[in-house]
Design a protein around this ligand. Sequence first.
Ligand SMILES: [Mg+2]
Length: 295
Amino acid sequence: MDHSPPVILAVDDKVENLDILTSLLQDYDVRDVTDAASAWRILDHSLVDLILLDIMMPDIDGFELCRQLQDDERTRAIPVIFISAMSDEATISRAFEVGGKDYVTKPFRPRELLARVKTQLELKFLMQRLHDLAYLDALTGIANRRRFFDLAAVLFDGPGDLQAVMLDIDHFKRVNDRHGHAVGDQVLRLVADTIGVRLPPEAVLGRLGGEEFAILFPSADPDAVLGAVDTIRQAVADLAIPLEEGTLTCTISCGLASRTPDTRNIDALLHDADQALYQAKGSGRNRVIFRHIPP
Ligand SMILES: [Mg+2]
């Protein structure tokens, strides 16, 4: 559990306004900047939980910056509270139209602003929690089936090459039968971790159900992916899971397939990988099979 204070980005062209905010928000990790370009430099490099945004600024004003934040998938979920001297209805309603979550007029009442900041942060963390519950596999923390297929659809529609891997844990039912589900769960978590730490950042890993996982590699080089998957296979085979009655080992079988111009959709690509997985199972398990499509 992370107990570091929430990060608040304050954007205002007047330094004296930023000084007031910084001293008021002492319980938070406040980053203050005087223009949109500097705000983006912070957003590009750190996770921000809430943005306090002035409207009247030279170059890019608060409305335009808020619109940019909404257009960017990385920043869309960060709540924005506008803080402005303008109090006319048209300005306030525009602030909400461009994506603002709240509006506070300057000069503001300090305790009111603190309460509004707290409310927006609570909502943000609740939304994050709901998102995690909906999209992450509760046992392993990796993408669940729904999230995997959402990401897979985006990758499949993209222009680059794509390699798919289907893999599962060999004889997993035996693990549950012999050692119980708590040990089975431990094996699933360990295998997911072992795969996850060895993947390049652009790869997508998901647990499709039970002991079945899938990986998508946006890569043009099937041989490199084959090598990477075999490294993962070996790392899993090297795991020694301590039990009261000794150590437990496990292995995985993996099937790999490349997208070709004839691959109709993501389901077809995963089906090809699944065929290769079937071959890997049939030829002795603990191996990686690459399904070569005849040219
Ligand atoms: Mg201003």
